[in-house]
Design a protein around this ligand. Structure first.
Ligand code: KG4
Ligand code: ZN
Length: 356
């Protein structure tokens, strides 16, 4: 056995991911996506996602092992996303992880999906400094977090979204603009040809009396939808590129302004931006500009590690193993709406939980 290899499994939404990590080093990973199967519905269909995980999971784990040139006998622990996410989708990853942990006789660790997004960055840039400020921007979450030791200490929420997440805003507006699913990358692409100053979309919750670190994207989404409706019948059609560039500018402006202000106010000199929306080109560029101006060092994972993957779950598992965290019981249950308090998420099947 290659000592200390952690297999991570991710299946909370439409990506089936497996990754292998040892001592903070990514050894191999593989990914399958059911994204194309959801495209014609304009969003993820939970049953289709769950079925796709069933079909993909064994192959993805094997592929990750092959890429790392390892075998099942080398796996020293298994980590799996137990929440938050789609219930049926989570169940498949957890079932696979339990079977492997049981069959291999190795410990199992339940991992919070968002902690995975945070840990993804360690695979590229090494251990996180203590403390660091983390901006999580995904399809379902937008939060500003003060992170100390990711696996040993509670995660402090400075602010969260009060309604839609940033990715959700991109996905929903993209639909109104007639762009394909998933909306975020489509907005990013369309924006390249547009003028970010063409439409002055609102910057929600940035007034002097607003909660400084909370977010709200539902008003921005509505403003973008109204703008699109107002121009739908205009000769020449909707100027989608300008709308996309202006929306992207508004989202990037709000996200980076608040994140940099949080660093400055809390005296934290490292900002880590993670989650699917961290793949957005304007978010990355504006975050870099503003961090440079404020003397803050910015860390953003490479694009491949921003969106959902198994490597990030293995990265948390590896940190948990090295911190000596207790393993999860084999009756560990999924927790589809788990709040982000700790990186390890190991509820046993108490009443009210969904156990396998
Ligand atoms: O983290 P993630 O892969 O899944 C969740 O945990 O939600 O994030 C998916 C979100 C989607 O809303 C998608 O539209 C958005 O990330 N996204 C982007 C880009 N790439 C993915 N948003 C803006 N620009 C992108 N380039
Ligand atoms: Zn995610």
């Amino acid at each position: 056995m290659v000592q200390g290899v952690v297999l991570g499994i991710e299946s909370s939404c439409d990506e089936t991911g497996a990754g292998l990590v040892r001592d903070g080093q990514l050894l191999g990973q593989a990914l399958a996506s059911s994204m194309d199967e959801h495209a014609r519905f304009g969003g993820v269909v939970p049953e289709i996602a769950a079925r796709a995980h069933v079909h993909a999971i064994q192959q993805v784990i094997r592929q990750a092992l092959d890429e790392a040139d390892l075998t099942f006998g080398d796996v020293g622990a298994v980590a799996v996303t137990t929440g938050p996410g789609l219930s049926g989708a989570l169940q498949i990853g957890v079932a696979a992880a339990k079977s492997l942990a049981y069959a291999l006789g190795v410990p199992l660790h339940g991992v919070h999906h968002l902690a995975g997004h945070v840990a993804a960055d360690t695979l590229e840039h090494g251990p996180l400094p203590d403390p660091c400020m983390v901006l999580i921007v995904s399809g379902g979450h937008t939060s500003l977090l003060l992170v100390r030791d990711l696996v040993r200490e509670p995660i402090l929420h400075l602010g969260d979204t009060l309604d839609d997440a940033a990715g959700e805003c991109f996905d929903k507006v993209a639909r109104v603009f007639g762009l394909p699913y998933p909306g975020g990358p489509a907005i990013d692409r369309a924006a390249r040809q547009g003028d970010p100053a063409a439409v002055s979309f609102p910057r929600p919750l940035t007034g002097p009396r607003d909660a400084p670190y909370d977010f709200s994207f539902s008003g921005l989404k509505t403003a973008a939808a109204r703008w699109a409706e107002s121009l739908r019948d205009v000769a020449g059609g909707l100027p989608v590129a300008d709308g996309a560039a202006s929306l992207q500018e508004a989202v990037a402006d709000v996200l980076t302004r608040k994140a940099v202000a949080a660093c400055t106010e809390h005296g934290v000199d490292t900002l880590v931006v993670v989650g699917g929306v961290a793949a957005n080109s304007r978010v990355r560029r504006l975050a870099q500009e503003r961090c440079d101006a404020a003397g803050i060092s910015l860390r953003v994972p490479p694009m491949k590690l921003c969106t959902d993957n198994g490597a990030m779950i293995a990265a948390v598992g590896d940190l948990l193993v090295r911190a000596g965290s207790p393993a999860a019981p084999l009756d560990v249950s999924i927790d589809p709406s788990a709040p982000l308090e700790f990186a390890a998420l190991q509820p046993s099947s108490a009443p009210g939980r969904v156990a396998l």
